[in-house]
Write a protein that binds this ligand. Structure first.
Ligand code: NAP
Length: 246
């Protein structure tokens, strides 16, 4: 489904990013594995991709730093080729109630989740415009669509990702580039690991499909949007949340 395609996945060392990288590789893509701090985990991801018979490179970059993103795209282009697929997955949380939220925690989340996505979108679009082909997929969240107490900063960033996705889709549609977002519900990763059993039960009770999602649930949707099967889909936000947002 993705043979001969080159994909850059941000935050691909662990969690959803890792599942996305392995799934795209399983469908035939070569992968640039971006990480920020988790080098050992990113190495594991790259080794698993190579075991699938695909090419993999590691590229360290903090997506909230524009110069890092520029260096990352340069390294990917030199070592693997220009990306056909960009998956903006890197993300963080710094939760607190609005009245207690510091400017630092607001900025940190916006800079990583929103600005980092903007930097990568811009750099990818520049290369994709030249080849008149591209797939840009960004991770939003159910929280970006519905809000969540304690996550004002995160929901603002994830709602912003939806706005950027729709705007960029309109800018790039005539050049064969699609731009979409995936909005996960609660997915079992390090990001949600701090929840205790009672909190997990409470969340599960709000999920019509009756289970917390797995990274693979998100990865398969990203792979579909990255493929030519999704050629007529752009500017969309696909919720993958077990029905939680209905
Ligand atoms: P996770 O397990 O906490 O992993 C976060 C990933 O983001 C790591 O690979 C991390 O890389 C990377 N990252 C963080 N800051 C970065 C930076 N400045 N530059 C580059 N990479 C950075 O999170 P996850 O659950 O897999 O989440 C992945 C995406 O899905 C995020 O955008 C998140 O907001 C979104 N999402 C998650 C859920 C959920 O329930 N888990 C729900 C909705 C949306 P290093 O480890 O190398 O630093």
């Amino acid at each position: 489904m993705l043979e001969n395609k080159i994909a850059l996945v941000t935050g691909a060392g662990r969690g959803i990013g890792r599942a996305v990288a392995l799934t795209l590789a399983g469908y035939g893509a070569d992968i640039a594995v971006n990480y920020c701090g988790s080098e050992a985990k990113a190495l594991e991801t790259a080794e698993e991709i190579r075991a699938l018979g695909r090419r993999a490179i590691l590229v360290q970059a903090d997506v909230s730093v524009q110069a890092d993103c520029e260096r990352m795209f340069k390294e990917v282009t030199e070592q693997l080729g220009t990306p056909d697929i960009l998956v903006n997955n890197a993300g963080i949380t710094r939760d607190n109630l609005a009245l207690r939220m510091s400017e630092e925690d607001f900025d940190k989340v916006i800079n990583t989740n929103l600005k980092g996505t903007f930097f990568c979108m811009k750099l990818a679009a520049k290369q994709m415009l030249r080849k008149r082909y591209g797939r840009i997929i960004s991770l939003s969240s159910i929280v970006g669509l519905h809000g969540n107490a304690g996550q004002l900063n995160y929901s603002a960033a994830k709602a912003g990702v939806v706005g950027m996705t729709k705007s960029l889709a309109k800018e790039l549609a005539s050049r064969g580039i699609t731009v979409n977002a995936v909005a996960p519900g609660y997915i079992d990763t390090d990001m949600t690991a701090a929840l205790n059993d009672a909190q997990k039960d409470a969340i599960r009770s709000q999920i019509p499909l009756g289970r917390i999602g797995q990274p693979q649930d998100i990865a398969e949707t990203v792979a579909f949007l990255a493929s030519d099967k999704a050629a007529y889909i752009t500017g969309q936000v696909i919720s993958v949340d077990g029905g939680m947002g209905i």
